[in-house]
Design a protein around this ligand. Structure first.
Ligand code: ADP
Ligand code: MG
Length: 239
């Protein structure tokens, strides 16, 4: 069998708050294969963001092991985590997190700048990423000249531009209206069809219906893990 992309064993994350310990994750075991489409659900405070932060190499667990693509990343330094993150993961956020004084194209180029890629190559790859989300004609627009849905598509292009195998999205449709949410989900489903692994956090059942696997957290534990036939978001866009 192929090495799983994500393999978490006995993951715990405890935060120290003054004299108190907050047990945000209390023993999570999770295996994710490459090419998966996953929604992580759960009420506020159930540990979704903590889990995404560890899965996305933004944080390390207090206890347990996490192997990402076969490499143990649970005890890496900040600098080592940043290197793995840059290579393996593209992030999409609820509030888009685009630089406001910068064009769509330059926003998408940003991760390549950090990797020291030269201008001509950067430009070409960023344009190609914008094409993948249907925004090549908006490359010189600034975020405030774009709709919310277009801004999120720019953010997805930025997550794609490094060719990272995993896209992680924390509430990517949280600031979007229903129709625009379907458009964004259709793009994410298209990426899964092209072999990316898409892991998203949502508290909306409607959005989770577009994922193949739905994992539910409660009080820092996985209480449900089910596989379903996902709805087709492109049909919802067309409707
Ligand atoms: P969710 O994303 O599902 O709302 P979180 O992972 O953000 O949940 O939080 C899980 C628990 O951990 C909550 O009780 C929250 O208050 C606590 N928590 C999260 N981050 C921190 C932190 N940096 N310091 C202290 N407690 C935290
Ligand atoms: Mg959260």
């Amino acid at each position: 069998m192929a090495t799983p992309l994500v393999e978490m064993r006995g993951i715990e994350r405890t935060y120290v708050m003054g004299d108190n310990l907050v047990h945000a994750l209390r023993g999570v075991d999770l295996t994710i294969e490459q090419g998966s489409s996953i929604a992580i659900m759960g009420t506020s405070g159930s540990g979704k963001s903590t889990m995404m932060n560890i899965m996305g190499c933004l944080d390390v667990p207090t206890k347990g092991t996490y192997a990402l693509n076969g490499r143990d990343v649970s005890r890496l330094s900040r600098a080592q985590l940043a290197e793995v993150r840059g290579r393996m993961i593209g992030f999409v956020f609820q509030s888009f997190n685009l630089l406001s004084r910068t064009s769509a194209l330059e926003n998408v180029e940003m991760p390549l700048m950090y990797q020291g890629i030269h201008a001509a190559d950067r430009h070409k790859r960023a344009m190609a990423a914008l094409e993948r989300v249907g925004l090549e004609s908006r490359s010189d627009h600034h975020p405030n000249q774009l709709s919310g849905g277009q801004q999120q598509r720019v953010a997805i292009a930025r997550a794609l531009v490094t060719e990272a195998p995993i896209i992680m999205a924390d509430e990517p449709t949280g600031n979007l209206d229903t129709k625009t949410s379907y458009e964004v989900m259709a793009i994410l489903q298209g990426l899964v069809a092209q072999g990316k692994t898409v892991i998203l956090v949502t508290h909306e059942q409607d959005i989770a219906a577009y994922a193949r696997r739905v994992i539910t957290l409660r009080d820092g534990k996985i209480i449900d893990d089910k596989t379903q036939e996902p709805l087709d978001a492109s049909k919802a866009v067309a409707a």
